[in-house]
Design a protein around this ligand. Structure first.
Ligand SMILES: [Fe+2]
Length: 182
């Protein structure tokens, strides 16, 4: 619980003033992760921490490569001293490996942050991709459409999300199914 409180306060510190809309989004993603955290057993705390923190790499002061998943994970590892699992979930949230490949950063991403297998990985993607930029719940298809229109055709982020869409939708289905079983 103390870890989650620390993650929340760090997210607030990094995002609330510099990019308030990302802070609003992060609050919604954190709440979504809390609602599904019971599905991931011992990884629950790491999942919720990573959900709060997943977009800190957008903060202007933290931008190094321009890939927010990698910049955020490096900051959390090197500066904030967050748990390994939290950093790996942030590094790979919402199918970041595709954007990493499109940016030529695949090797760094995979070497520094081994991908997380299983439900926790699906759960952070679910939380991010069923939450609007303002932090409200939304259907995954509408979320994906909003990202595509916001960045525009041909933008590296838009094209990466377009390619990742089937995997993102699959993660949402996996978590919805797990929730239905409980
Ligand atoms: Fe996000």
């Amino acid at each position: 619980m103390a870890e989650i409180e620390r993650a929340l306060e760090l997210t607030r510190l990094v995002l609330a003033e510099s990019i308030p809309r990302r802070w609003a989004h992060s609050q919604g993603v954190g709440r979504k992760a809390e609602a599904v955290a019971h599905l991931v057993g011992d990884d629950a705390s790491a999942l919720v921490c990573a959900a709060w923190l997943h977009d800190v790499g957008y903060a202007p002061d933290l931008v190094v490569t321009g890939m927010h998943q990698l910049d955020g994970a490096r900051y959390l590892r090197d500066v904030a001293g967050m748990d390994d699992l939290v950093c790996r979930l942030v590094a790979h949230h919402s199918c970041a490996f595709i954007e990493g490949r499109n940016r030529g950063l695949s090797d760094e991403l995979a070497r520094e942050f081994p991908p997380v297998e299983g439900l926790a990985s699906h759960a952070i993607t679910y939380a991010d991709m069923t939450t609007t930029p303002d932090g409200e719940p939304v259907e995954v298809e509408r979320r994906l459409a909003e990202i595509l229109s916001r960045y525009g055709d041909g933008h590296l982020v838009a094209e990466s999300i377009r390619e990742a869409s089937p995997l993102i939708i699959d993660s949402v289905r996996v978590i919805d199914a797990a929730l239905a079983e409980r």
